[in-house]
Design a binder for this molecule. Structure first.
Ligand code: HGA
Length: 610
């Protein structure tokens, strides 16, 4: 889940390890640690609660020498964030780091205690260290000990071990949590994400499910789940390691739109198994709170408010928990009533949004059951001041108009909704598996939606010379229309409004003429027929329609109506999916208008003032 880095080299590796952790900071964490072994089997372990910088300062203030090492940023799932719970964990000569969750840790702990092992942390991870130590006693090699250990572990994990007595190698196992091996010259590395290693290599090998590998300075040996030696492909990466670099893209916003499949994969990684949401991965306290929550109060601003509005439909329809969403700057200045067992959820990309932070501070005095934040920046004020945080792992978002933060917030809330529904008995195993399947499929579908780029670009001139645009949706697609209209306003300076399509006849229909393009979000769902009637209302009045429609929705293009056909996907994740063509549309309109796409006039990225 959070970060793992490892190295076997001739040179001292502490700095490389810490630099690797720095590059993974965006994923969110609460503590960090490193263990380095030198050629004489001296092992130095340094761990710190808090930022990687604190670990870096501690490492720099002493001699942390040695060419073999492992490092970790922890985001607690079992046991509070503390130095004692920070990784690496040790057992005798063995040091271990671990991402993920060991589901059978309690049984294993009892067995190991019976064997005389003394636990010094509350983590599930510590069982791995003791198990490796135990198995090594009867194994020929460290890698064999790890293979035997892996067979006893249940859950999703990536784990790395080093033996102080044999600093020539590190060993790693992957099961549900990614591990990549990086090849250097006379030195080799590993990490949970290639980003961590881009300053030392570009040649990577991705381990597959069930793989166990041994890494020395010169060799990498991989064994598959059956214990057979196996060759895995080595690929050359052309990823950029600098989030501040636009790479091949013209604007950060464009880059961030195209990064959404990866951002979603990162946000879901380690948090869903094949068929279920791993509630513990939402936070140490999550299960206890989500089990008893009866009401969710979402507080947010701007794009985050729109994502809260969309998620509200899921909270009520899937989890059966009532949900209200309010703009932070309104909420903080009104006398609100706190409902019983109400969970306050703040949404913010930066975690520094002043109105949202003020609302959180106020709400904490008013007796909410708990305050949670869904946020993209680790260590931000909202993360620090909330009872628990569920981090979106969108990566640095530079474009002022938020894109990947929005879609990852939605994915995070869908995971949360699923956990609540299951814990409260409203989502059964079958439904949970259906939701999780849709989540797993989503990144590939978004990849597909991004291929509509050229088709959408061709529509942009129709909007660029207009002064207004109307966006229509129904149900959870109404907030998607709201987000689409916000994007267009922000970056193209065209006045845009979103309406729930059923509301048209109560006023906005009066605006319809050939100068008012009307964009319709039209997935195939229960409201499709109703939406079609709304479309007819516009058509009958000479409006120009642009319908983003499911392939099976049955719209026919004609003079007044252009259809953009969207491949069919699960209804559950469709709101996330339909966001993408809307983002592309605003982007292309802004390009024609020649605005400053990444820094639109009068706007700022993190709104740290009221
Ligand atoms: N379950 C382990 C590891 C959590 C994690 O992946 N952190 O990055 C723990 O709670 O320490």
């Amino acid at each position: 889940m959070c970060g793992i880095v490892g190295a076997v080299a001739q040179r001292d590796v502490a700095e490389i390890l810490v630099e690797g952790l720095r590059r993974l900071e965006y994923r969110g964490y609460d503590s960090a640690g490193v263990a380095v072994v030198d050629g004489e089997s001296n092992l130095t372990r340094v761990r710190r609660l808090g930022k990687v910088q604190e670990l870096a300062d501690a490492v720099n203030s002493q001699d942390v020498l040695g060419g073999t090492g492992i490092a970790h940023t922890r985001w607690a799932t079992h046991g509070e964030p503390s130095e004692a719970n920070a990784h690496p964990h040790m057992s005798g000569d063995i040091a271990v780091v671990h991402n993920g969750i060991i589901e059978n840790h309690e049984e294993l702990r009892a067995t190991l205690q019976a064997r005389g092992y003394v636990f010094t942390s509350q983590t599930d991870t510590e069982v791995i260290a003791h198990l490796v130590e135990w198995e090594l006693r009867t194994s020929e090699s460290l890698v064999e000990a790890l293979q035997k250990t892996a067979k006893q572990l249940e859950g999703a994990y990536g784990t790395v071990a080093v033996d102080r007595k044999d600093p020539s190698r590190i060993v790693v196992a992957r099961s549900g949590s990614p591990i990549v091996i990086g090849f250097g010259v006379g030195e080799n590395f590993l990490a949970s994400d290639q980003l961590a290693l881009l300053s030392v290599t570009r040649r990577f090998m991705y381990l597959e499910e069930g793989d166990v590998a041994e890494i020395t300075r010169r060799d990498v040996t991989v064994f598959d789940a059956t214990g057979e030696r196996i060759e895995r492909e080595i690929v050359e990466s052309n990823a950029e390691h600098d989030a501040g670099d636009k790479g091949k893209y013209r604007h950060f916003m464009q880059k961030e739109i195209f990064e959404q499949p990866t951002a979603l994969i990162n946000t879901m990684e380690g948090r869903i198994s094949e068929t279920a949401v791993i509630t513990n991965a939402i936070g140490v306290k999550a299960e206890e709170i989500l089990r008893k929550v009866e009401h969710v109060q979402i507080i947010a601003c701007g794009t985050s408010y729109n994502s809260g509005m969309a998620a509200r439909y899921w909270f009520e329809s899937l989890a059966g928990v009532s949900c209200d969403v309010e703009i932070a700057s309104e909420f903080r200045y009104r006398d609100f009533v706190v409902r019983p067992n109400s969970l306050l959820v703040t949404l913010s990309q930066s975690g520094e949004t002043a109105d949202t932070l003020a609302a959180l501070r106020l709400a904490k005095e008013k007796g909410y059951m708990s305050a949670m934040t869904i946020c993209n920046v680790a260590g931000s004020s909202l993360v620090r001041e909330s009872d628990f945080a569920f981090m979106t792992r969108a990566g640095t978002e530079i474009g002022v108009a938020s894109t990947k933060a929005f879609t990852t917030q939605l994915a995070a809330m869908l995971m949360m909704v699923t956990s609540i529904g299951r814990l409260q008995g409203r989502i059964n195993d079958e439904k949970e598996a259906e939701i999780v399947k849709a989540l797993h499929e989503l990144p590939a579908h978004i990849e597909q939606a991004l291929t509509l780029d050229k088709e959408i670009e061709a529509l942009a001139p129709d909007f660029a010379d207009k002064h207004h645009t109307l966006f229509l949706g129904r149900g959870e697609f109404y907030p998607i229309a709201m987000e689409a209209s916000l994007k267009l306003k922000e970056i193209s300076y065209i006045h845009a409004e979103a309406y729930a399509a059923g509301e048209l006849k109560h006023g906005p229909l009066a605006l319809i003429d050939a100068d008012m393009p009307v964009v319709v979000v039209a997935p195939s769902n229960d409201l499709l027929e109703k939406l079609k009637s709304n479309v007819e209302e516009v058509r009958a009045r000479g409006g120009l329609l642009y319908v983003f429609a499911d392939q099976d929705a049955g719209f026919e293009a004609d003079e007044g109506m252009k259809i953009i056909t969207m491949p069919h996907i699960s209804e559950i994740t469709a709101p996330i999916y339909y966001t993408v063509p809307m983002q592309l549309l605003s982007y292309h309109v802004a390009l024609i208008k020649g605005t400053d796409v990444d820094q639109p006039r009068n706007l700022a990225k993190a709104v740290t003032v009221e």
